[in-house]
Design a protein around this ligand. Sequence first.
Ligand SMILES: C[S@@+](CC[C@H](N)C(=O)[O-])C[C@H]1O[C@@H](n2cnc3c(N)ncnc32)[C@H](O)[C@@H]1O
Length: 197
Amino acid sequence: MDFWDEVYASRPVATDPRPNARLAELVAGLPPGDVLDLGCGEGGDALWLAGQGWRVTATDISAVAVERLTALAGDRVTAVRHDLGVSFPDGTFDLICAHYLHTPFDLDRAAVLRAAAHALRRDGRLLVVDHGSTMPWSWNQDPDVHHPSPVEVAAEIDLDPATWTVERADALTRIATGPDGSTAEVTDNVLVIHRAP
Ligand SMILES: C[S@@+](CC[C@H](N)C(=O)[O-])C[C@H]1O[C@@H](n2cnc3c(N)ncnc32)[C@H](O)[C@@H]1O
């Protein structure tokens, strides 16, 4: 079994996966339309977005995650398996979210996020939330890990400023709770890219 399938298969099935902390504040005020969630995992964000009236496509490399989300969401979410290093979901979207699209394997994230920017409709937005610090309970405790800033991520995506503008590039802290119930201050790197109307 592949790494990400192992990750999800080793956990009990989530019956009520929760959305990420930053999602609601980032999506507030946007009129619901078509949204794509990249690296959706157990689908907490996808289900929350569906509950807010968005038509949701969610994708992940893990067949286990995609099957679990399909079983939980029914027709509220279209969950499809993609290795984003190889293929990208069809269609165009008003909003594309990528929360913590991190992996220990080679993935040209800049190319994935560039493809996402191109899959935005006019006036659409790409939300990228990355870890800006290492959580004490993270699988990656490499002390030399570099957490690229949102400005660095935007530079790597390298979009034409005539069509796409950076609306937000912030490092935000919050208190997070780990799987064992312990808490720690963590940093989220938030990037919002807007496609011109
Ligand atoms: C750190 S988890 C975040 C999951 C979810 N977005 C969340 O915030 O809970 C990273 C996710 O990216 C997915 N992923 C990793 N590499 C991928 C790839 N090449 N294509 C698609 N999804 C990938 C993993 O399966 C995993 O669900």
